[in-house]
Design a binder for this molecule. Structure first.
Ligand SMILES: NC(=O)C[C@H](N)C(=O)O
Length: 255
């Protein structure tokens, strides 16, 4: 799982507000971190981690020495992290899958990054040099993300309950907490006071369109059964990039 929580442009006491992130503590049994960004005092990022890849250096908010202006939290698995490293000749600092997002963003922007991720993800990326915040979510919305925007205040969380009680002027009944739309990237700018201003929302991919990244899908042959077996094998294989010894791939329903 993993849980992400972030606020920008708060007028309240951030050190008090950030305790709301504990409402999603169940999403990350391995470690948690709450971080307030220097020079961006009214913003805060928090992360609850279920460590799947690089449990030593993969903690978040993720930062790398080569890109000190970027702060990122994400919930997800990026199956093609090694592939994009080779493709674009990125110099990774960690072995964590999400580092790909930072380098892809640095290479071509947020939409480009989201388009080149083969995986499941919900991310919040803060670029302190551009004073911009980017939100992104995978095409199928496998990883959850909710957000609330209220007059310069932006709050994001893996679960809606992490946003309750945060609004400055509205009550929880009035506040507009929305699921973040799958397959989209949204941009906010931060003014001098750190207030978040909506800039744009872009659909980076939709179901049915060919993805921009190189798929590892095997070539189709004339036999349907062989195709199903090959595609299923490839789909399972690409998900085996985790450091965890045991995994469970499940599709189904419990009633
Ligand atoms: N689990 C996550 O959502 C983040 C990342 N893939 C990790 O292993 O920590």
């Amino acid at each position: 799982m993993c849980g992400i929580w972030a606020i920008f442009g708060s007028d309240d006491d951030v050190s008090r507000q950030c305790s709301s992130c504990l409402k999603i503590a169940h999403r990350g049994p391995d470690a948690f971190r709450i971080e307030n960004v220097n020079h961006f005092k009214n913003c805060c990022l928090a992360f609850h981690r279920l460590a799947i890849v690089d449990d030593i250096y993969g903690m978040q908010p993720m930062r790398v020495h080569a890109l000190p202006h970027l702060w990122m939290i994400y919930n997800g698995e990026i199956y093609n992290c090694k592939l994009v490293q080779k493709q674009f000749d990125f110099d990774y600092e960690t072995n964590c899958d999400g580092e790909a997002i930072l380098h892809l963003y640095n290479h071509g922007g947020a939409e480009f990054a989201a388009q080149h991720l083969d995986g499941v993800f919900a991310f919040v990326l803060l670029d302190t040099s551009e004073r911009k915040v980017y939100l992104g979510r995978d095409t199928y919305g496998v990883r959850p993300a909710f957000r609330m925007v209220e007059d310069g205040f932006l709050a994001v969380c893996s679960e809606a309950k992490g946003l309750l009680g945060l609004a400055h002027t509205s009550t929880d009944h009035e506040v507009d907490i929305q699921p973040f739309p799958p397959g989209h990237v949204e941009t906010y700018s931060l003014d001098k006071k750190g207030k978040a201003k909506f800039q744009e929302i872009k659909r980076f991919h939709k179901i049915g369109d060919m993805p921009k990244y190189e798929t590892l899908a095997p070539a189709l042959v004339d036999d349907v059964t062989t195709n199903i077996r090959n595609l299923l094998n490839a789909a399972v294989k690409k998900r085996l990039m985790a450091n965890r010894r045991i995994g469970c791939l499940l599709s189904g329903e419990f009633s």
